[in-house]
Design a protein around this ligand. Structure first.
Ligand code: NAD
Length: 282
């Protein structure tokens, strides 16, 4: 059994990003990410702060826009429009969730797809589903890097994705399909999940339920990718898989923390570099 080291792999990717960044700066382009945070959500503030820190550590530019809870849809869209037109900005990220009075779909639709480093714009979603090059959401993209790093061949494998969110489950399923796996998507309405999951070569679980994936749901030698980040009452973090109960049955497993989590920010930096390189080619 191999415990996947997402922290080490993310450090490796961040080193690659740093090198690419230096090369771009030498050519007159400073890859820069603009992040918009609306409101006071504590978790979002933490995420945004770590994205800013990671950008700076990689030598990239970081522009933060912290907007008040009462920001109107028009004010937010106007800021996006300004950033869309600003040639010094290569990536635009609107931290989700937005306060309830704002229309998330409309906001995501207004980000220039060429700067959509989160990969949530419908054009990039369509490109992913058509197997075309575009921006891919960072968490599933990070998981594909894990498969590559650990030489996990996906061709012909039976892969199960548990969770169908636009951020993780759906793009993950598209990536696995594009890579030649036979993909099943399960969600809250799926019946007999344990029966399905037991026969799978690969299980990606992304539902937000602590220790949901139990030993009787996993077959011998399965590869388990645990996306879940759940905070328990004692303050500790745990994933959607029951790590201790299933680890000895698996061939590979990602721990929480230290598995998929660190990959997400690394891929956000990598997507911003990709956008800056596109500018160089334009
Ligand atoms: P979400 O709430 O948008 O979606 C949850 C999905 O799980 C839904 O599709 C739902 O149908 C499914 N689901 C819920 N209960 C289920 C059940 N009993 N059986 C089968 N499916 C069920 O969540 P999300 O944004 O995709 O995030 C999922 C988890 O991943 C959360 O814990 C989140 O914190 C974590 N996450 C981690 C990262 C990272 O960087 N590691 C990134 C994004 C999300």
């Amino acid at each position: 059994m191999t415990i996947i080291d997402g922290k080490a792999l993310s450090a490796k990717i961040k080193e690659r990003v740093k090198k690419d960044c230096e090369e771009l700066i030498a050519k007159g382009i400073k890859p820069t990410l603009a992040v918009i945070l609306v409101g006071e959500d504590k978790a979002s503030q933490t995420y945004v702060a770590s994205k800013e820190k990671a950008c700076i550590a990689a030598g990239m530019g970081s522009v933060m826009h912290r907007l008040g809870e009462q920001t109107t849809q028009n004010e937010l869209l106007s800021l996006i429009e300004v950033l869309n037109k600003d040639d010094s900005i290569h990536g635009i990220l609107v931290q989700l969730p937005l306060p309830k009075h704002l229309d998330t779909n409309e906001v995501l639709r207004r980000i220039d797809p060429n700067k959509d480093v989160d990969g949530f714009h419908a054009l990039n979603v369509g490109k992913l589903n058509s197997g075309l090059d575009g921006f891919v959401p960072c968490t599933p993209l990070g998981i594909m890097e894990i498969f590559k790093e650990y030489n996990i061949d996906l061709v012909g494998k039976n892969a199960l994705v548990i969770g169908r969110s636009n951020i993780v489950g759906k793009p993950m399923a598209a990536l696995l399909l594009n890579a030649g796996a036979t993909v099943t998507i399960a969600h809250s309405k799926t019946k007999n999940l344990a029966q399905i999951s037991r026969s799978m070569d690969i299980i990606v679980v992304a539902i937000g339920k602590p220790k949901f994936l139990s030993a009787d749901m996993v077959g011998e030698g399965a590869i388990i990718i645990d996306v879940g980040i759940n905070r328990l009452d004692d303050g500790s973090l745990c994933g959607d898989a029951d790590f201790e109960a299933i680890k000895d049955k698996c061939s590979f497993i990602t721990p929480v923390p230290g598995g998929v989590g660190p990959m997400t920010i690394a891929m956000l930096l990598s997507n911003t570099i990709k956008s800056a390189k596109n500018e160089l080619r334009a």
